[in-house]
Write a protein that binds this ligand. Sequence first.
Ligand SMILES: Nc1ncnc2c1ncn2[C@@H]1O[C@H](COP(=O)(O)OP(=O)(O)OP(=O)(O)O)[C@@H](O)[C@H]1O
Length: 788
Amino acid sequence: MTDELLAQQVAEEQGHVAIMYERLDVLRERARGELDRVQGENTVDNLQGYSERESFTNLFSGRFAQLSSVERGLCFGRIDETDGERFHIGRIGLFDEEYDPLLIDWRTPLAQSFYRATPAAPLGVTRRRHIRLNGRTVIGVDDDVLDLEALQDSDRSTLIGEAALMSSLGANRTGRMNEIVATIQTEQDEIIRSELPGVLVVQGGPGTGKTVVALHRAAYLLYTHREQLSRNGVLVVGPNTTFLRYIDQVLPSLGETDVVLATVGELYPGVEATAAEDAAAARVKGDLVMVDVLAQAVANFQRVPDAPLHFKVDQHELVLRPDAVRKAKEKALESDEPHNPARRIFVRRILTVLTNQVVDTIGRQYVGTDDIEDIRKELAEDERVHGVLDHLWPELTPQLLVSVLLSSAERLAAAAPQLSADDQAAILRPINAPWTASDVPLLDEAAELIGELDSTVAARKQQTAAAAAEAEENWRYAKEVVQVQMEAQNIVVMPWEIEQFENLIAQRTELIRNPGTVSERASADRSWVFGHVIVDEAQELSAMDWRLLMRRCPRRSMTLVGDIAQTGTDAGVKSWSDLLEQYAPRRWRSAELTVNYRTPTDIMTVAADVLAAIDPTLQPPVSVRDGNDEPWIRAVPGAEFVDALRDAIKTEREAIGDGRLAVLVPGPRYDELAAVLEDVAYSNDPAVLDAPVALLDVTRSKGLEFDAVLIADPAGIIAESRRGLSDLYVAVTRATKRLGILADGDLPEVLAVQGRLITEWHGPSKTGTVPPGSESVTTEGEIAGQMC
Ligand SMILES: Nc1ncnc2c1ncn2[C@@H]1O[C@H](COP(=O)(O)OP(=O)(O)OP(=O)(O)O)[C@@H](O)[C@H]1O
């Protein structure tokens, strides 16, 4: 394209883009006007009016927020079709007053060819144009001519809009993940638009876009199946809160705000599971064996005494014989109810036994039916009887059960004979220990086994009755208002329209009855069933975590993205098919992502060695980018390690300029190194992602990326757990530009490629000077060359 032609095309696009923004302004003003109107109304004189206003405020502020979120990069592409039609593609759909399309939403089927068309399969598209905006100004256009005659279909031809892609990949990291609507690649688009039902597993190496694709899929599904999903909501599960902060801007920037983002540790309302977990404890607690252990722990609370229990109520000597208790227990268990509801049956039986004893002592002939009821009531309220019942079959809460079980060696031994003494010791902890993430699936399992407390059931019944009465009142009121208005305007509803009319009022009543967003309600309710569940870093979840998640999604409409080679915990997933055959037999499918958009080729050479050590049959993904900076590896004696680390941080920081550096260290050395390093942000700091230098252990760095990564003490990372090599693989693949590795003492074998040690660091870039006398110094690039 000549400069003149380019300028002309840019000006032409500017004209279109200006009209789109004008339209956006109009719509935004309209939404704001509605919002102001609703908020300014003075009609809030009762509860009904108040909740109505709340609902409309939510509706219009949501609409306003959505229109505001698409300001940046509103339009990013255009497709020209063989029949001469042209469509602009953008973050949302816009129509003019005549309902002619100005902009096509990227999630519509019409926009699909923007992502899928290749020279080999142009899908009726002659030209795909990428449009770059700075604010509201068009600053560039970039065309792919999809002409089969002119272009060869090489491997790279599946990468659309390479210029746009490369410029987005080369940008410095901001500490937050960005959306990629303008540059979604074909293999990614197929995953994003895959159908809603069933479980889709996406396996892909580091940097292949699993996270970003999963988030775009959430936005796509919410758009395409809005009605179905907005009722039940979408849950996105990530590995830790730092990661959730890293991704939390992506969906809002795509115009979707009503999604629950959570770690598994946050999925039990009322419990904050923030304490760190010991690796051995996490492994044991994550194992399915805990299902039986918890069931046994509950069963151990349902006691039959060895000898008769004697006690006195008023003047009556009462006795509960083991046999009577056993029978009551059998009846309760036959009901198949959880522990607390089954207790009601047990209590009824025991009260019958005790009532009969009292009646017998008084003499049956002196007692009428009403008296029997009175005796029963008195027994039910007697503290001594309560004590006996609580001893035989106490009411439990999940928190009580789990904390009591994990804090008593005796109870643990009784409930978990199948666990070795070491495993029992690994999960033993003080009664008031704070909750950890691996406690949460245990609490959830316990909640299933225990059921609700009587008091909770009673409170809910009361609430439901009150809500039903309110709904009835709302319905009557809404109907009256509509009827009065219809009469005033002489509108007659035909018999065949009645149903439609009533549905409309019902919808309105529902809106009033359930204020608050779906995600707010879902987050507060343990038994909430989501319309779709997306799990990122899915390989990290334990078998117990999966049980919890599957309960939240009985329809099994799920997207799981992960990489088995990056599994860091012993309790994590070893095989997708083993997992899914168990929970979704014949209802799961898999896809693979194969291209790495994050890590440049040179760094992937180091990663490939680590991957081969994990499993020689695994292939690393192919990098799309060659980097400018070779990775460096250096080993220093222990005494020099901290000083060398400080120097390396300083030099890397200079080399990366405005970019972000992560220093990744072994978990067990985190506190020690945090104490001696200056000017670094710590992992518990909410602003850690915004800092120029972040100090993280590898677990915390899962899913994140940085311009430069400095790995301190790789041997420590490997030794940290049985999956230490996988952790090192994760660490090596976090960098988008620069990687440095500083060993404390000897270099681990896996990094000493083919027995050759890279012992000296020699400057920050390929153009850097090589220190004198460096014959023994080998760069990674040379090694890669020699290996080829
Ligand atoms: N089509 C694309 N266009 C632009 N950038 C992309 C594209 N696909 C992926 N990326 C970028 O590549 C980087 C890696 O993506 P992402 O974090 O989703 O990978 P991942 O597979 O989840 O990695 P990991 O398993 O290592 O956590 C991100 O910066 C992402 O924005």
